[in-house]
Write a protein of this length. Sequence first.
Lengths: 227, 227
Amino acid sequence: MMKIHLSGNKKLKKIPPPSVRRLCKIYSLLDEIEKTGDISISSKEIGRRIGVPSHSIRKDISYLKKGGGIGAGYDIKELKNHINSAFGFDVVRNACIVGIGKLGTTLLNYKDLLTQNFKIVAGFDSSINRLETVKTDIPLYPTYELPEIIKREKIELAVLTVPGRSAKKMADNLINYGIKGIVNFSPIVLSNRVKDVFITNFDIAGEFRFLSAMFAANTSIKNHNDL
Amino acid sequence: MMKIHLSGNKKLKKIPPPSVRRLCKIYSLLDEIEKTGDISISSKEIGRRIGVPSHSIRKDISYLKKGGGIGAGYDIKELKNHINSAFGFDVVRNACIVGIGKLGTTLLNYKDLLTQNFKIVAGFDSSINRLETVKTDIPLYPTYELPEIIKREKIELAVLTVPGRSAKKMADNLINYGIKGIVNFSPIVLSNRVKDVFITNFDIAGEFRFLSAMFAANTSIKNHNDL
DNA sequence: GTACAATTGTGAAATAAATCACAAATTACG
DNA sequence: CGTAATTTGTGATTTATTTCACAATTGTAC
């Protein structure tokens, strides 16, 4: 259980991480649906679309919304605003990619990340050779320039796509340089002992293994994110 | 809670999904450590390495192991075998990648996936043009050949890297064609209503948003997988 | 060999999350 | 306007997972 400080709201609320995840998903969905011209949607429909029972949706939304129209559906614009102000999706944050291997290069050019509130403003790699061969619009720098560029470009978040053996050390460095959030794609699990630094581990190979384990166990599961 | 049928064991055990995840991680760790020549390891050390308290590690292992040496550490080889036989990591499964866009291409050549028990034996895309331009050692086919190739190559698992708008339909098709597990990289959440088909959702953009939400909430979290 | 330190295994307790169930509110419609 | 059909919001309940606590076991030092 975590504490979420709703901006524009004196109250301190606790929102379970699974609910935060679902709310993020709901936000994306609303974004999509808004384009079709709809102005209202029910918890049932949201649930159907993201594959979750409607009562979960209502519970999730109840964590951040007070009052409103029981009986009617949710006003899409209004609900988006609620999530927005709770999670700060309206603030654009600068991010960098550390480790310009295959995965790093893909993410550099992965359009979906650039939408919303992430802006990738730099890429880093220790191999000068690689910096020269990778083709991208985003400026690339050698690793030793990390402290300087992070400061200059006001980078808050880092995507870590270095090999496992360098992940731990690099994460420590990044934190020292002032990075406040890390998305770790290396197979090493990074635990965040440092206060105010947020780390999510995104282990692709591990996820495949998990699928295989569940598969072997002949059992159905819901979702990766337990969403 | 799920049912896991331990092979070579008459008993039916229930292992919570979070424990399955951690056990997968533990397995990878043991694999690494084994190379260094160590033959034994403690729950404390495992916990330190994957960022989880030692009592969780012991609990997880207790789900699949019976008897053994209290007081001593875990024998690495033995523990690996236990996990192995519980989750079937010794069986190699054929997989394919559906949707050869940027992400799909990266995964095609992502070495880490090829280790362990996954073997990517085919790639599919609806654009003939793309099939011709992508450079890879793995054979590529047009989408309409999916049913045939799945049967011929005995493909059990699919990695879905198509755009969101085609994800749902493609997933349904794959299931019809006999695919038993799907790793979904599209932003659409796929829920698995079909028995015996396992789906994990791997939403990169969503994960970034989640990080941002946690970041905005000024709260520290542990791990993406809730591992 | 004996005391001491370290370690596992596991019921029991505590915490977290999902699900339920239903009152209260709204809309639809003749 | 009145009745039926939807729909939300949320305490209460159930289920799931983590954490605790400690007996039992093994290794270690002298």
